[in-house]
Design a protein around this ligand. Sequence first.
Ligand code: FE2
Ligand code: FE2
Length: 173
Amino acid sequence: MKTFICEICGDAYLGEEKPKGCPFCGAREAFIKEGKDTDPIVNQKEEIGEVSIKNLKEALDLEKDAVAIYNCMAGKADTYEIKAMYKRLAKVEMEHVSIICKLLEIEKPEIDVEECNEDDVENFKGTVDLEDNAVNLYKKFTKEATEKNMKILFTALAQAEDDHIKLIKNYLN
Ligand SMILES: [Fe+2]
Ligand SMILES: [Fe+2]
């Protein structure tokens, strides 16, 4: 076995082969490196400018909502598969909350309770809208960022949320 580390969230994956994506934050394969070669951005102390601070705070609100909504959807899901999928999505979004809080050097916030639909199909559609909004926002934040690490972070987040859309669209077909 080897130790692979995600350059975004800094978590270690232990296994024979490099995973296709980070199991914790959903960053794509390109962000996963063998242990000795990694310096995760979550641990780097780069000066963050005003615009990126504002954008990180907006991202934090979005991620917090996503955790709450996915927890609600997990509770309403018709099958164990969908329940487990939403529970995993909630954990991935919670990892995004953790990354952002570490970068902002703040405590992790309480997660509020959110409402969601009783119907799986409505919840799939709601998920696509939520993630689509996140992708667009993170693409904008990537462009606005002047810091190298913030560009990397928002790129990785936009891709991870885009991958969530692809996952959900399989259920809508
Ligand atoms: Fe990660
Ligand atoms: Fe997220």
